[in-house]
Design a protein around this ligand. Structure first.
Ligand code: UD1
Length: 432
């Protein structure tokens, strides 16, 4: 029964290093199979999702070597099948990138449909639309995306919704197609740009990543490269919010401040001090929070993956705040858990109306998904007394060494496996 147990109320103080971006890593690890030479990737976060991607690569015959905890070598020349149906792959979202990459390289892919967090319906129609536009025949059969083409030909693809997954997947499928592909209404997230930069360093010709229109000139083949993944925007944002709600003072290091602008501006609005340098942000929080309005939007808007964390902060602001979720319709499930800590939040449709309270008090909680789970940890760190959080496997999908990093900032948090360990933690914490 692995649980986090937290004794809240300690301001987080110190410095924390942010790891590589999970969502970039998922696209990049799938993209690594496109070459028949060795690709060396650094700054790969050591997470369940990235390890599942590596297992998936091994299962189709690719050569995979973990050079150290955060560096892997992948060589796709030994791939022997385009059928990917291992059980673990169904549990992660990034599995769909294998459909794009295998189709792009072998003109054939049969990949189990993705799982991931249950935060709303997560269709793949835009991915399929893109593959079809490139000339593939695509069906859903027995829970798999089955895609097949004699040859892939560049095309104009207009995405009906701004989709990170579809943008990356169409890039993967089209880098070796004949001629030019245009992805219009493309997602502009930093990890989309990172995947494009990675593919370009393998010899692809992708221009415009980070804008609405991405242009891909197909090349005959890709080659090996060395690449280092960008820092994780959401891990960084989560630590910024943890500093804020615990009234702490934290230097979040190894980040790209530009990727965090929407979060920085909300922290300034609610009354935190935020200092930016080249590759770090310091968040100092000493005043009561002011209220604000937040609407989640595709990048450069406020990220949906930071929505639960900002709600935790606004739950402690003086007055009424409104948070609107415009990306996933089912992303307020954690609000009931926050209520157990004393938060006063009403959800109507895709809007949360938050009446700030003066404090949270510890309770037993369950993580409903990855980012909401992390937000509950942040709330527990601010709450008076003890908070325990079940189902932490969700959180472990996206945060490497989360309790360790928080402890290095002074937090009182541990993973316990049974009641005895829970009681021991409480006794120790009370005597500290
Ligand atoms: C990715 C991230 C996730 C993040 C999300 C939005 C990964 C593994 N996950 O998810 O953490 O919350 O971006 O930043 O990178 N949509 C369709 N049809 C499609 C694809 C998407 O209608 O074919 C809709 C979705 O339902 C959603 C919106 O488009 O409403 C955005 O989804 P998308 O950007 O594709 O999210 P994911 O790639 O699944």
């Amino acid at each position: 029964m692995n649980q986090y147990v937290i004794k809240g109320g300690t301001p987080l103080v110190g410095e924390v290093e942010i790891g590589g971006a999970k969502n970039a890593a998922l696209g990049i690890l799938a993209g690594a199979l496109l070459a028949n030479e060795t690709v060396e990737i650094e700054n790969v976060p050591d997470l369940r999702d990235t390890n599942v991607m590596l297992d998936a690569l091994r299962s189709i015959g690719a050569y995979v070597e973990k050079v150290d905890r955060h560096t892997v070598k992948v060589n796709g020349s030994t791939i022997s099948t385009t059928l990917l149906d291992i059980d673990s792959i169904k549990k992660i979202r990034g599995s769909y990138y294998f459909a794009g990459a295998l189709l792009g390289k072998y003109k054939n892919a049969e990949v189990a449909l993705p799982g991931g967090c249950n935060i709303g319906s997560r269709p793949v129609d835009q991915h399929i639309k893109g593959f079809r536009a490139l000339g593939a025949k695509v069906d859903i059969e027995h829970g798999c995306i089955v895609a097949d083409a004699e040859k892939l030909k560049g095309s104009h693809i207009y995405l009906d919704v701004v989709s990170v997954g579809a943008t990356i997947n169409v890039m993967l499928a089209s880098v070796m197609a004949e001629g030019q592909t245009y992805i219009e209404n493309a997602a502009k997230e930093p990890h989309v740009v990172d995947v494009a930069n990675f593919l370009n360093s393998m010899g692809a010709s992708i221009k415009g990543a980070g804008t609405d229109v991405i242009r891909i000139r197909g090349v005959e083949k890709l080659h090996g490269c060395h690449y280092s993944i960008i820092p994780d925007q959401i891990e960084a944002g989560t630590f910024m919010l943890a500093a804020a709600v615990t009234k702490g003072d934290v230097l979040v290091k190894n980040i790209i401040p530009k990727h965090l602008e929407s979060i920085t501006s909300k922290l300034l609005e609610i009354g935190c001090e935020v200092e930016e340098s080249d590759d770090a942000i310091r968040v100092v929080s000493s005043k009561p929070f002011r209220t604000t309005q937040v609407k989640t939007l595709p990048y450069p808007g406020f990220p949906t993956d930071m929505q639960p964390q900002i709600v935790v902060a606004l739950g402690l602001a003086e007055g009424t705040s409104i948070v609107t979720e415009s990306i996933f319709e089912n992303r307020f499930k954690y609000v009931d858990e926050l209520t157990r800590l004393g938060a006063n939040i009403k959800v109507e449709g895709n809007t949360a109306v938050i009446e700030g309270v003066s404090r949270y008090t510890g309770a037993n909680l369950t993580a409903p998904d990855l980012r909401a789970g992390a937000a509950l940890v942040v709330a527990g760190l601010a709450a008076n007394g003890f908070t325990s959080i079940d189902d932490i496997h969700y959180v472990e999908r996206g945060y490497e060494d989360f309790p360790e990093k928080l402890r290095s900032l002074g937090a009182d948090i541990e993973i316990v496996t049974d009641d005895k360990e829970l009681q021991e933690f409480k006794l120790k914490a009370m005597n500290r």
